[in-house]
Design a protein around this ligand. Structure first.
Ligand SMILES: [Zn+2]
Ligand SMILES: [Zn+2]
Length: 215
């Protein structure tokens, strides 16, 4: 299993990276990306620490740990700038906290993330047709999420991604250990989004390929 969206207590997750990673390995994960919430206040503090601990944990435990970040509520016109900063600081995978329907995420966030060519647009809510088309062209992966609330629009995201050929990844957006991926959670999320076990396999492959491309 691979999961490219998780939080530690460097933002609003409950675990320190080492414990999250051990729990993920115990749950059968092969790869996990630590993607704490960042904006211009903490981006330079958080990412170098994730880079440091990811190297240690990958070496010491039987799991590949990726240093990432989730640009969160960054003003849309500054997303491209924050994305460059994140990459320069060493983030391998950069997500943007997309326009979920359950939060007042600034309008234009989805579009700005896709234009900036970030790696993953997380929980993109009622993303438009044009944005999905552009995501395909710009090779931005769209997220199917197990997270309650954000998962309400999975079906919409999956449908448009299939029609317009955008790539999907399947993430948990883990904040607590109970959020980690397991069979029951995967099955119920897929069913609600009208996705199949084959789609899940494809989404996992997309995630592995994305990581490989960044190496
Ligand atoms: Zn969070
Ligand atoms: Zn998140």
């Amino acid at each position: 299993m691979i999961d490219l969206h998780s939080h530690t207590f460097f933002s609003d997750g409950v675990l320190i990276p080492s414990e999250l990673v051990c729990r993920a390995a115990a749950a059968g994960y092969k790869t996990i990306c630590l993607s704490d919430h960042v904006d211009f206040s903490n981006i330079d503090i958080t990412i170098p620490r994730m880079v440091k601990v990811s190297k240690i944990l990958t070496r010491e435990y039987k799991i590949k740990v990726i240093a990432g970040a989730e640009l969160t509520y960054v003003p849309p016109r500054m997303i491209a700038q924050a994305f460059r900063m994140a990459k320069n600081l060493g983030a391998e995978i950069v997500l943007v906290h997309g326009e979920t329907t359950v939060e007042p995420v600034p309008k234009g966030t989805n579009r700005a993330a896709i234009e900036a060519k970030v790696d993953i647009l997380a929980h993109p809510g009622n993303i438009s047709k044009d944005d999905v088309k552009l995501a395909r062209a710009n090779k931005v992966h769209l997220e199917i999420t197990t997270r309650r609330g954000h998962n309400k629009t999975n079906k919409h995201v999956a449908r448009l991604a299939h029609i317009y050929g955008a790539k999907l990844v399947f993430n948990t957006d883990t904040h607590t250990p109970e959020d980690l991926m397991n069979e029951t959670l995967v099955k119920s999320t897929l069913a609600a989004a009208h996705l199949t076990a084959k789609d899940f396999k494809t989404m996992q492959e997309n995630a592995y390929n994305l990581v490989r491309m960044k190496e």
